[in-house]
Design a protein around this ligand. Structure first.
Ligand code: NAP
Length: 370
């Protein structure tokens, strides 16, 4: 499939994923691995498909993956999951707004909302509703589990159904309302999602012996911990949400390969990386991503090439989304180790020069010679 027919030969399969289809852009695909994951849901050695035009990216993740595997693998755990939709309601007065919220926020009402949402989906479930009041505006944050789907469509459709019920039965009619009023964090990094989560919350850790750090990353656990401390303060000074090196690199490459919504990298590529030197002189490394939006059904996951990429990892289809989330965390842990290793060994610029620039120069020279 991956080396297979043109997209136009299979145009019918792309209906629902693109409009005005004229072809496909060929973006190169590489594999990073083996990446050994000893997770709650992901177990084994994974070869992770990465799509990119950035020279050195696959090599870097590959190096980190191999280091983790040589150390026996990383632990990984899915901690929570849930996707929000946040409709907004505008009233004439604060009093009207509060009457509406008192009605919508009641336990009994929540059960009715759950029933209405359940009419629209077999795998999604409304698990909570939280209200936020701002003057005469109310936002209701509907929080759903979404099975193995990333879930953005699912929660929109379910919330529309709840809104139809609210339109018919609410105690006060709003002047206007919208199905999403920009509080959910959909496709944007937000402090709320970082703290409360959106999508899947996942963490991974590994302990690397000092000899392995020296042999594979050409540095020491102490120097990597020094870098982490300095980088963490740098992130605070720069005002980033979370503290991490380059989650977006691996995540964007994996998302595009595996049929995830690439725009969700904007929200998903946040979290916390931590490196420490242990009392025994090893390197302790961990990543935690509080709002990773991923799925193994729905969206682009059923397209031929994207499904083939999920298949390489044995993670296509129902029952695999939690494992995919853990593999994402493991991959990003690999990327953090390799990046920081390169910075500590003063190899960062050289690796990019060798793997990206020198190749470009050779091509320029080849073109000139021709
Ligand atoms: P989807 O393809 O719209 O829905 C998932 C479908 O898979 C549902 O029909 C669901 O059935 C079915 N399904 C079968 N087995 C399942 C299982 N084990 N777990 C979960 N679902 C299962 O995908 P989505 O994840 O909801 O939405 C993702 C897409 O939404 C992406 O392409 C993204 O670009 C797009 N998106 C939409 C919005 C929006 O507001 N509409 C916003 C951002 C992104 P049931 O529903 O019956 O369970």
């Amino acid at each position: 499939v991956l080396a297979g027919p043109s997209v136009l030969d299979e145009a019918e399969r792309y209906r629902g994923n693109v409009e005005n289809l004229i072809g496909a852009v060929r973006v190169p695909l590489g594999l990073a691995g083996p990446l050994r994951v000893n997770g709650r849901h992901a177990h084994g050695d994974y070869y992770v498909p990465l799509v990119t035009t950035e020279g050195a990216l696959v090599a870097s993740y590959n190096r980190g993956a191999r280091v983790i595997s040589v150390a026996g693998g990383c632990a990984a755990a899915l901690l929570d999951e849930g996707v929000g939709r946040a409709p907004g309601f505008a009233f004439d007065t604060l009093d009207e707004c509060l009457r509406f919220v008192a009605w919508a926020d009641a336990d009994a009402q929540r059960e009715v909302f759950k029933r209405e949402a359940a009419r629209t989906t077999r795998h999604g479930a409304l698990r909570d509703v939280r209200a936020t009041v701002e003057g005469n505006h109310a936002y209701l944050l509907f929080d759903y589990t979404t099975g193995d789907a990333a879930g953005q469509n699912m929660v929109t459709i379910a919330t529309e159904a709840v809104l139809a019920y609210i339109d018919a039965h609410g105690p006060v009619r709003p002047r206007y309302r919208f199905v999403e009023a920009n509080l959910s964090g959909d496709k944007k990094a937000s402090a709320r999602s970082f703290i409360a989560g959106r999508g899947r919350r996942v963490t991974a850790e590994v302990v690397l012996p000092a000899e392995l750090v020296r042999a594979a990353l050409h540095t020491t656990p102490a120097r990597m911990a020094d870098y982490w401390r300095m980088g963490a303060v740098g992130a605070v000074l720069g005002g980033t949400i979370g503290v991490q090196g380059h989650y977006a690199n691996g995540l964007a490459a994996l998302y595009i390969a595996c049929g995830q919504d690439a725009a969700c990298v904007a929200e998903s590529a946040v979290g916390v990386t931590r490196f420490e030197e242990t009392a025994r002189g090893e390197l302790y490394a961990a990543v935690t991503l509080p709002n990773l939006v991923v799925g193994t059904v729905g969206g682009g996951t059923g397209l031929p090439g994207q499904r083939a990429c999920l298949d390489i990892m044995g993670l296509a289809g129902p029952g695999k989304a939690r494992a995919l989330a853990e593999v994402c965390a493991a991959l990003l842990l690999a990327g953090e180790l390799s990046l920081v290793g390169a910075l500590c060994a003063n190899e960062f610029a050289r690796a990019h020069q060798r793997l990206a620039r020198d190749i470009c120069r050779r091509e320029d020279k080849g073109a000139a010679d021709a």
